[in-house]
Write a protein that binds this ligand. Structure first.
Ligand code: F6P
Length: 534
């Protein structure tokens, strides 16, 4: 039985970590004037600089060997060709088919799924065009002005993040709102600003069984009928993106307005499917297809580039080096771009729901760390919040800095300041400032920053739908590569399912005394019960 941590390569990397532990990243630059050129690469409109990590040439060679000795080539081929790699849910994993712009078939159960994917594009195109042009009318004959996406997790984060990222490409007469939280305050706040005659609700739920989404959708429908009148046409204002056509129709959605997708699309990988409908409405179907095109190009790069020149593979390996060999517990995502402010939340689900696993695909507990804790927020705001800890705290936190090179017209000066701040931070994290070291009887100067803290910089030529698609696909594949090397299933989420099941069991017992739970849960439930009865 292959054991990752016992492998010769893993052991060699452990040895290298000890040998290089006192190295300084900046010395690597002095020793090798070509380091930046060697440790940076471009794919389409994306440029990655991973030179500011404590990765020597020898380390990189061993990391690449780790990828070579893993099942990556085989598992990558299996994913793209529709083999069942999500073994616990007995499913293929085919978000890549949703953006397959090539003419190769993708087979599931002996049938090519590409014709139905292309039909779903046509359905999205027609609907997006009708709403955007104003041809689609609400019950009073007015055009749609507000679109409310009701969904949670992958049925919220992807379209939410992408619509905000591409805000400047948005249709000028449409506004977008995203309701996810089961907290009624969320939907109440959104509804309070809307006119039912000009509002379109998209009920986005793969299963059409998620408690939060169904409650929010029912509240929206009730609000609609109360304000528009009991006979107003629900079907003109509610559409759905779901694999569960029957349940969506029972809710009141017209059959032709259930935008289909399939069980082999994971929730957190679903923005490329009809779950991306808000994106198509916002930037237009052509813009949506550009996003797919960017992702497709990243897929092709991931499939064909040698590992040493493969952006997702390199990002994954550097992440593994920081996490498994340098003990980094977390990964910070810091976009220096206000439009990308939802990106950390999106990547948090993508990475943590995928690789938050402690059992390998053979059912054995792993004896190494898996997925990092992903967190972050925009720069330069973060500089004035948590960067202090990153500069001088006791933790080792790798950072992904992300920015777009192209400035917004009219605010070029701001953009220049944004980018220079980002470069300054990446430099400061590496260089630190050790001027006071040794002063005062050997004590460290409290003003000094130790530096030697790792970061990558990802530059987009411009924040276009295409480059955004490539960026998201890049992270998807990074997560995939890490999952393969850690030998875990990145595509199930049984922890989340457990929470859903227990929430159901607790709510069933709201009206009855129960001994079914632990004393704490029962005690707290008693307080909730009391409050609901008064
Ligand atoms: O968070 C768990 C999860 O199952 C995600 O995978 C999914 O995106 C989300 O819940 C919502 O599920 P659904 O789209 O079925 O409502």
């Amino acid at each position: 039985m292959f054991q990752l941590t016992r492998s010769v390569t893993w052991q060699a990397l452990k040895q290298l970590q000890q040998e290089t532990a006192n190295d300084r990243i900046k010395d690597y630059f002095t020793a090798d004037p070509q380091r930046f050129e060697k440790m940076s690469l471009r794919v389409g409109g994306l440029f990655l600089d991973y030179s500011k990590h404590l990765v020597s040439d020898a380390v990189l060679i061993k990391l690449l060997e780790l990828a070579d000795h893993s099942a990556l080539v085989q598992r990558r081929a299996q994913m793209f060709s529709g083999d069942i790699i999500n073994v616990t849910e007995d499913r293929p994993v085919l978000h890549t088919a949703l953006r397959n712009l090539g003419d190769n078939p993708v087979m599931v159960d002996g049938k090519d799924v590409m014709p139905k994917i292309r039909r779903s594009w046509e359905q999205l195109r027609q609907f997006a065009d009708a709403v955007r042009s104003g041809e689609w009318k609400g019950y009073s004959g007015e055009r749609i002005r507000d679109v409310v996406n009701i969904g949670i997790g992958g049925s919220d984060l992807g379209p939410n993040m992408a619509s905000r990222a591409l805000l400047k490409h948005r249709h000028p007469e449409l506004s977008f709102h995203f309701v996810s939280n089961v907290d009624g305050a969320h939907i109440q706040k959104v509804l309070s600003r809307l006119d039912p005659a000009t509002t379109l609700f998209i009920v986005s739920t793969k299963t059409f069984s998620t408690q939060e989404t169904l409650l929010n959708a029912k509240t929206a429908r009730r609000w609609f009928l109360e304000n528009a009148g009991p006979d107003a046409d629900v079907g003109a204002h509610f559409v759905a993106a779901s694999t569960n056509r029957r349940a969506a129709m029972d809710f009141g959605v017209r059959e032709e307005n259930v935008f289909e997708f399939w069980a082999w699309v994971g929730g957190r990988y679903s923005m490329w499917s009809s779950i991306g409908l808000p994106i198509a409405l916002s930037v237009g179907f052509d813009g949506f297809m550009e996003m797919l095109e960017g992702a497709y190009e990243m897929d092709q790069h991931f499939l064909s580039a040698p590992f040493a020149e493969n952006m997702p593979v390199l990002m994954a390996l550097v992440g593994i080096w920081n996490l498994n060999f340098h003990g980094a517990e977390t990964q910070a995502i810091v976009p220096y771009d206000q439009a990308l402010h939802q990106l950390p939340a999106f990547l948090q689900q993508l990475d943590m729901e995928s690789n938050g696993k402690s059992v390998d695909i053979f059912g054995h507990p792993v004896d190494y760390k898996t997925g990092p804790i992903v967190w972050g927020q925009t720069g330069s705001n973060g500089q004035h919040a948590f960067f202090q800890l990153l500069h001088q705290g006791t933790r080792y936190v790798p950072i992904d800095f992300i920015a777009s090179l192209k400035p917004e017209p009219g605010v070029e000066e701001h953009h220049f300041a944004l980018l220079t701040n980002m470069l300054a931070q990446a430099n400061a994290f590496m260089e630190g400032s050790l001027k006071g070291k040794g002063e005062g009887g050997g004590r460290l100067d409290p003003y000094s920053c130790p530096g030697n803290r790792p970061s990558s910089v990802l530059l987009l030529d411009e924040l276009t739908p295409k480059n955004l698609g490539a960026l998201i696909a890049l992270y998807e594949h990074k997560v995939f590569v890490q999952g393969v090397i850690w030998n875990i299933n990145s595509f199930d989420q049984w922890g989340v399912e457990l929470g859903k099941r227990i929430a159901g069991e607790i709510s069933e017992r709201l009206d009855t005394q129960t001994q079914d739970f632990d004393a704490s849960t029962q005690g707290l439930l008693a307080l909730v019960r009391e409050r609901f009865r008064t």
